[in-house]
Design a protein around this ligand. Structure first.
Ligand SMILES: Cc1cc2nc3c(=O)[nH]c(=O)nc-3n(C[C@H](O)[C@H](O)[C@H](O)COP(=O)(O)OP(=O)(O)OC[C@H]3O[C@@H](n4cnc5c(N)ncnc54)[C@H](O)[C@@H]3O)c2cc1C
Length: 404
């Protein structure tokens, strides 16, 4: 019998984690990662943070060393795109004009940064890949005025690094506060004040209508006036790379649809990471998240399922963001009408905001309180009943509530 081949399309953390899990669980067939990136799988989170500063050496932090792939007999085809997929013949056409057959396939193609339509300029930069970040790093160093389009996490992280480098930074954000979509208006407001206090010019509630380039600058025209800059960083969200799956007839709905075992609608094809919209057994709905920790765990879970080990993906969704010396973390998932309970102090920049529904914690967003997040992460899917008073009372340890 010929050796089996499991192929992973996409070269991010979900792919690396899946490859490692295949080997850790005794898969002895071929493992092949197809990645259109120039580098072995690397960590993206640093790219919008300290990586942009000249204090770092500007190299990627690899998930696994080059030696690891050799030692574990994992082939990585870099600069190679999976162009099309035939789920009946179980083959993938590559940009190198080769064809790869698979026994099991994992699609972990992630997302791409949303770009501005009709604008192509050296002075306008997105932040997704190591190549983007290396360019951004050089351009920020050379710039005096940096405008950031979009006050989401990536934009705010880049703003915090750039302003710490002495750059004149403006953030243009459509909503009334920074990071409002994820943090809500109250915590978003706290973080807006943090950025302003650090010297960032935050222009919130604006719509950027167009970007023009002059021989020396870029000009963002908004409904509230114009902002001139040497460099524009675009942090305008992302879109999932679903085209490969979609054109192969695999079900796609805002992401590649999978069951809790990461199985797509096509036989022997799995999906994981940022691109996958996976049924969550606790929430009883399909969810697609763009969190580093989830991508790693999802890749591992999918790999186990490729090997026939039943491993539902049922994780709490956790993410973090570092801005200045502050750590924002969130775990869980809230509904807009959940109660909000505060522990700690907004003014002191040390708090946890709990979302509460029928005596259960559904989510916590913390600023500089990682232990609170850890405690909630442990109790999120367990049976527990807590009151607003207990959560507000700093003398009541959260760990003790978890055991009830
Ligand atoms: C700048 C930045 C900062 C971040 N910071 C944080 C953070 O602080 N905290 C946090 O929780 N999360 C953060 N994230 C999100 C986190 O990095 C992602 O959730 C994670 O990288 C997703 O991993 P993935 O493997 O699913 O996809 P990706 O990392 O997107 O990898 C997918 C890869 O597949 C490749 N690909 C796509 N299509 C094809 C094809 N057809 N053929 C071959 N290859 C293909 C892509 O080019 C890409 O290299 C950040 C992301 C970015 C970009």
């Amino acid at each position: 019998m010929s050796r089996q081949r499991h192929v992973i399309v996409g070269g991010g953390v979900a792919a690396a984690s899946a490859a490692a899990t295949l080997r850790a669980n005794g898969f002895e067939g071929e493992v092949c990662i197809v990645s259109d990136d120039v580098a072995l799988p690397y960590e993206r989170p640093p790219l919008s943070k300290r990586f942009l500063s000249p204090e770092t050496d500007g190299t990627a932090t690899l998930v696994k060393s080059a030696d690891w792939y050799a030692e574990h007999d994992v082939t990585v085809l870099l600069r190679t795109r999976a162009e099309s997929l035939d789920t009946t013949a179980k083959t993938i056409d590559l940009s190198t004009a080769e064809q790869l057959s698979y026994d099991k396939l994992l699609i972990a193609t992630g997302v791409r940064a949303r770009t501005l339509p009709h604008v192509d300029s050296d002075r306008i930069q997105t932040l997704r890949s190591i190549a983007d970040a290396q360019e951004a790093r050089t351009r920020i160093a050379a710039a005096d005025r940096v405008a950031i389009l979009g006050g989401g996490f990536i934009g705010c992280e880049a703003a915090s690094t750039a302003v710490s480098m002495g750059k004149r930074v403006t953030v243009l954000e459509r909503t009334e506060t920074l990071m409002q979509a994820a943090l809500g208006p109250v915590i978003g407001g706290v973080m807006t004040d943090v950025h302003r206090a650090a010297g960032v010019h935050v222009v919130a509630g604006v719509v950027v209508q167009r970007i023009d380039e002059t021989p020396t600058t870029v000009v963002a025209r908004t409904d509230h006036g114009r902002i001139e800059a040497d460099l524009v960083l675009v942090g305008a969200g992302s879109q999932p790379n679903v085209e490969l799956a979609h054109s192969a007839g695999i079900e796609v709905k805002g992401g590649i649809v999978t069951d809790q075992f990461s199985r797509t609608s096509a036989r022997d094809v799995f999906a994981a990471g940022d691109v996958a919209s996976t049924f969550h057994p606790f929430y009883k709905e399909h969810l697609r998240v763009e969190h580093h920790d989830s991508a790693i765990r999802h890749g591992a879970s999918a790999a186990k399922n490729m090997l026939g080990l039943d491993a539902p993906f049922a994780e709490a969704h956790w993410f973090w963001s570092d801005q200045y010396d502050h750590s924002i973390q969130q775990v869980g998932r809230a509904k807009p009408d959940d109660d909000m309970v505060l522990r700690g102090s907004l003014d002191d920049l040390s708090f946890s905001a709990f979302s509460l529904r029928d005596g259960r914690i559904t989510r916590v967003i913390s600023l500089n309180r990682p232990k609170d997040v850890l405690a909630v992460r442990r109790m999120l899917f367990t049976d527990h009943t807590v009151s607003a008073e207990q959560l507000q009372d700093e003398a009541t340890p959260l760990n003790r509530l978890a055991r009830r």
